[in-house]
Ligand binder design. Structure first.
Ligand SMILES: [Fe+2]
Length: 130
């Protein structure tokens, strides 16, 4: 079994609990009597929704959108959260059904990356860009 690493996302496939590692190198995470599943960061997308976050520099910060076409925000298939990592800080916007799958983060950071989590298709990441 591998040890969790900082910033990894884990999910229990029985109850749906999710956890993010703030400090790694400990024991594997357990939930509902079994190990939680690592959510792999996907960076290339063959699905029609296109999940890789799009990072756009705007006045005073960054706007993150999900997909070239707007991703669904329906009960069985929606974006749960969008995260921006910016010069060592982490910002997260949780979304609810009916929201537009986008988030605006105010920061003057230079080095940024983004992640988002789709309820059906998992974790997606756009690597550092500036
Ligand atoms: Fe999706």
């Amino acid at each position: 079994m591998t040890r969790p690493e900082k910033e990894e996302i884990y999910k229990c496939d029985l109850c749906g609990n999710m956890a993010e590692i703030l400090k790694g190198d400990g024991a594997p995470l357990f939930c509902c009597g079994r190990t939680m599943d690592l959510q792999e960061e996907q960076t290339a997308d063959a699905t029609k929704e296109k999940h890789v976050p799009i990072i756009k520099k705007i006045d005073g910060g960054y706007k993150i959108t999900v997909g070239n076409a707007i991703h669904p925000m329906e009960k069985e298939h929606f974006i749960k959260w969008i995260e921006l990592k910016a010069d060592g800080k982490s910002y997260k916007q949780f979304l609810k059904l009916g929201d537009t799958p986008e988030a605006i983060f105010k920061t003057d950071a230079i080095n940024v990356s983004a992640r988002e989590y789709c309820s059906l298709h998992g974790l997606w990441k756009k690597e550092n860009c500036n």
